[in-house]
Write a protein that binds this ligand. Structure first.
Ligand code: 1HE
Length: 259
């Protein structure tokens, strides 16, 4: 059972799925340090009984990003440590013990987009809009966006978002790769839960390969990437769970593609 003492998050477990809600709706889920460190505590407590995590926002927005009221008077060293604290927590999301789905609506801006980008799947409701207002605030992204976002949308789009303050709305966001799913308003959580239930049925090693190994393959050189892929493929096919699944298919007991 996950337990944390904070009002900045609310946590609900539904069987083997965990739903984390960012819970500062009156501040549009602006991320103060308490919220980010609480996220870290939740991810530190994940056990093998949790097969997929969902992150959503309470109120009208997913998240307005960094709580700007805490930015005020940090010096360079404090700023460096603060950014690295975000990096540590975003890595705990990206390299969590199980896949993580972001359920998006309203503002997904600045640090809010950095949280969403650290998740493995993004489901966006039609009210979603994405921006990186750091450019307009005279600052720079600090929660990992410059590493993760160009992989989702390309360096040119991220540069444009920051230089011009461009806002992408839900439909465009899905088209350019900010979200993989676009759903009607109010349908984000139920859609994400359907996806999470499918993910929970996968072989654990396959989910691990996708969330922990694939990102390293993408960052590796061509030859190293291919070698990592071969090693992972060999490990995965040798697992008893894989052998059983292949046997089931060959005996006509497993679902066909698309069923
Ligand atoms: C905040 C924040 C915040 C709202 N920090 N307090 N992020 C931004 O630059 C986005 C700034 N926020 C906005 O543009 C808007 O608030 C929204 C478009 C997200 C939502 O608009 P709306 O009309 O629903 O809400 P609001 O009336 O603007 O805000 C409600 C309250 O939340 C208000 O406080 P109140 O005491 O006057 O009621 C706002 O001040 C407060 N609020 N957003 C602090 N961000 C790891 S580095 C990441 C760097 C960044 O993320 S920079 C981007 C910061």
């Amino acid at each position: 059972m996950i337990s944390i003492e904070t009002s900045t998050l609310s946590i609900e477990q539904q069987e083997n799925l965990l739903i984390i809600s960012l819970n500062r709706p009156e501040k549009r889920n602006a991320c103060n340090d308490e919220l980010i460190l609480s996220l870290e505590k939740v991810f530190d407590q994940l056990t093998s009984g949790i097969k997929c995590v969902l992150i959503k926002g309470n109120g009208k927005h997913f998240s307005a990003g960094l709580d700007l009221s805490e930015l005020k008077e940090r010096d360079i060293v404090q700023g460096l440590h603060h950014s690295q604290m975000w990096h540590r927590v975003m890595d705990k999301i990206q390299f969590a013990a199980c896949p993580v789905i972001a359920v998006l609506h309203g503002a997904v801006v600045g640090g809010g987009l950095e949280i969403a980008a650290a998740c493995h799947i993004r489901v966006a409701e039609k009210s979603t809009f994405y921006a990186l207002p750091e450019g307009q605030r005279g600052i720079f992204v600090g929660g990992g966006a410059s590493v993760r976002l160009p992989k989702l949308i390309g360096i040119a789009r991220m540069t444009d978002m920051m230089l011009t303050g461009r806002v992408y709305h839900a439909e465009e966001g899905e088209r350019i790769g900010l979200a993989q799913y676009l759903v009607e308003e109010g349908q984000g959580l139920s859609h994400a839960l359907e996806l999470a239930k499918k993910i929970a049925l996968n072989a654990g090693l396959t989910n691990y390969a996708l969330t922990h190994v694939l990102p390293k393959i993408v960052d590796a050189s061509h030859q190293e990437g291919l070698m990592l892929e071969s090693l992972m493929a060999a490990m995965a096919q040798d697992a008893p769970e894989a052998k059983q699944r292949l046997k089931d298919f060959l005996e006509g007991k497993a679902k066909k593609v698309g069923e």
